[in-house]
Design a protein around this ligand. Structure first.
Ligand code: 4AD
Ligand code: MG
Length: 432
């Protein structure tokens, strides 16, 4: 037959029609009637192969199909009498590519095994759902900023200098310039950009040689980084909140099937969508943490456990702002009311997730930045271009970075970021 193929996602509109599908066998059950769970990348459908409706060779083949065999199948679309879901009453099927001893069986597998087989694990229903939500977030992020008058300003990945401190840099040799480092953040490149475009963003992979194995850290992750001229700390919190709500809305509207596969409780997402995010200063957060049993002292950065403790107690996202300058990056504007503090703001996600956004207002004084660069032991020559922003029409400005994988983990409610990116990179993980 030369009938064109359709995709599973269209079947609901093709009830009663004869269609051709192609895809992979998730599972085949043989009794008198044979059932094939087929997936074609666009969705999942049950194919029913009965001796009365299917031709004899197809009926026989259906009894021998192994997991992940690739097939084409022709049949009539009907609605499952109980679930109301489209299913296919098969007339004929053909094998395209066989599959022997597929390693990921329906039984439980350990994480290490699944990670080694990540290239195959991608085929499982749960991973399909997660990575489609990731896709929706990527598209949503671009649509949000594009629709808000931002200009995309891609930042380089090979860079001469650190943005977020020198301890997590990946280095590589770079001709006669010596060492180049994989970018930890595109921020330093956005700041000059706003003097040209007013509002910019970059969105790409960033790299950190994180030596800690936690459920929140990758060595390669994607970050979206907006930067806004004439903006202050409050503007950045408002922007991050608006973006977060826009993204949640997109996922709730467009990824219902995927959220269902993940058995995601929608109530906390709806709370985040409809309420104003909480805000507290770092100092208030430390006091709250002490009442919740943390042994954090004022002046210490939050540990992973602190973020978990703080955010387990709430269903609402929380902005924490005004951190001790001592543990924040060199480029942050000091708080005019208390120079020990920096005008930074982090958005912590509820349900125990913790930081998904980090940002704040940027230092405006050239002399202050020079002092900070010296104080951190950084090389002035590497940052001269960056300091030009303050020399030629310097203006207050602010921005943030959101880690895509942290956002996916929260929205999908995943126990670990390793499932939020197709091929995760972490300490000890370089293959596949
Ligand atoms: O808080 P961070 O370090 O902030 C910056 O890099 C700023 N320069 C961004 C800016 O203002 N333009 O990182 C921002 C976000 C974090 O909130 C987190 O979501 C994510 O990036 N992130 C990571 N995600 C996964 N693995 C890691 N190792 C991450 N490190 C940071
Ligand atoms: Mg941070």
């Amino acid at each position: 037959t030369s009938q064109p193929f359709t995709e599973v996602r269209f079947l609901a509109g093709q009830v009663g029609e004869t269609v051709r599908l192609r895809g992979w066998v998730r599972n085949a059950r043989t009794s008198k009637t044979r059932f094939i769970d087929l997936r074609d990348g666009s969705g999942f459908v049950q194919c029913v192969v009965g001796a009365a409706e299917a031709d004899p060779e197809s009926y026989e083949l259906a009894g021998k199909l192994t997991q992940e065999s690739a097939i084409t199948v022709t049949g009539i679309v009907q609605l499952h009498p109980k679930t109301g879901q489209p299913e296919l009453l098969v007339k004929s099927l053909a094998l395209i590519g066989g599959s022997q001893d597929y390693p990921i069986t329906p039984k439980e597998h350990g994480t290490e095994f699944l990670m080694e087989n990540r290239h195959l694990w991608l085929r499982s229903k749960r991973q399909w759902a997660i990575l489609r939500i990731r896709h929706t977030l990527v598209k949503g992020i671009r649509d949000f900023f594009d629709g808000d008058g931002f200009t995309l300003l891609d930042a380089p990945i090979l860079t001469p200098s650190a943005c977020e401190g020198t301890s997590t840099l990946f280095g590589t040799e770079y001709f006669h310039e010596g060492m180049a480092f994989l970018s930890q953040s595109g921020q330093l490149y956005q700041e000059p950009g706003i003097a040209a475009f007013g509002k910019t963003y970059c969105f790409g992979p960033t790299f950190r040689a994180e030596k800690s194995k936690t459920r929140r850290h990758l060595t390669e992750f994607w970050m979206v980084e907006p930067e806004v001229a004439f903006a202050h700390l409050d503007d950045v919190m408002a922007l991050g909140e608006r973006m977060t709500k826009f993204l949640i809305q997109r996922v709730l509207e467009g990824r219902q099937e995927e959220l269902k596969i993940l058995e995601r409780d929608l109530a906390p997402l709806e709370t985040a969508l409809t309420t104003t995010f909480d805000r507290m200063t770092y100092t208030e957060a430390v006091e709250k943490l002490k009442t919740l049993g943390s042994d954090i002292q004022w002046g210490e950065d939050f540990g992973n456990d602190d973020e978990t403790i703080l955010m387990n107690a709430t269903d609402k996202p929380l902005w924490v702002h005004r951190f001790p300058k001592a543990f924040k990056a060199f480029y942050m504007e000091p708080d005019p009311l208390d120079p020990k503090l920096a005008l930074g703001a982090d958005l912590l996600a509820p349900e125990g997730y913790g930081e998904v956004i980090g940002g704040g207002e940027r230092a405006s004084s050239l002399q202050y930045l020079l002092d900070q660069i010296d104080h951190e032991g950084l090389n002035r020559a590497d940052y001269e271009w960056y300091l030009d922003v303050r020399k030629y029409g310097g203006v207050p400005h602010a921005g943030f970075g959101m880690g895509l994988e942290r956002a996916v983990a929260w929205i999908c409610k995943l126990p670990h970021v390793r499932e939020t990116i197709p091929y995760p990179r972490m300490m000890g993980t370089l293959r596949p």
